[in-house]
Design a protein around this ligand. Sequence first.
Ligand SMILES: Cc1cc2nc3c(=O)[nH]c(=O)nc-3n(C[C@H](O)[C@H](O)[C@H](O)COP(=O)(O)O)c2cc1C
Length: 170
Amino acid sequence: MKIAVFNGSARKENTYAMTEAFREGAEASGHEVEIYQVGQMKINGCLGCEYCHTKGEGSCVQKDDFEKLLPAYKEADMVIFASPIYYFSMTAQMEAAIQRVYCLGKPLKAKKAALLLSSASDGVYEGAIAQFKAYMGYAGIEASGVITAHGDENRSEAKLNEVKDFAKSL
Ligand SMILES: Cc1cc2nc3c(=O)[nH]c(=O)nc-3n(C[C@H](O)[C@H](O)[C@H](O)COP(=O)(O)O)c2cc1C
């Protein structure tokens, strides 16, 4: 499978470690993995101007880093959303990247998706997981897994192995 991983963190720390563990496991099983550092990108929020669904014929009126993600959204067989929790949601860059997919209409070629979340505390994932499941339901994509890491679990061998094993099993 062609797998696109979107990392919502701007840092190369906790979420990054999970995405690299994911890459290692998925590549070991013969999958092709591309990781996009969404947290380091400049992606504006959707303007809701409907240019994409009228004159734009699927293209967005805003020219920014979202253009780097569009091919991945169009071509990946599986998408991985990986993000730190920022106040009970994914990062703003990640949310913008998800909402800008509006220009494609019913999104994504992908048939599978998974969610990787990192946080300081436990019990902060409900909002992000509910959004993920609802969005995947709407898009007709199988939600294949959710892995969370909080506090000391971040970058722990056990957690990174859990991510690796999940990726290997795909
Ligand atoms: C703006 C901001 C908001 C945060 N909000 C939460 C939160 O609501 N709950 C929580 O447990 N951790 C919160 N955190 C901590 C991060 O989720 C945590 O440090 C995470 O492991 C960072 O991942 P990263 O190293 O991939 O950037 C927040 C951090 C920042 C910078």
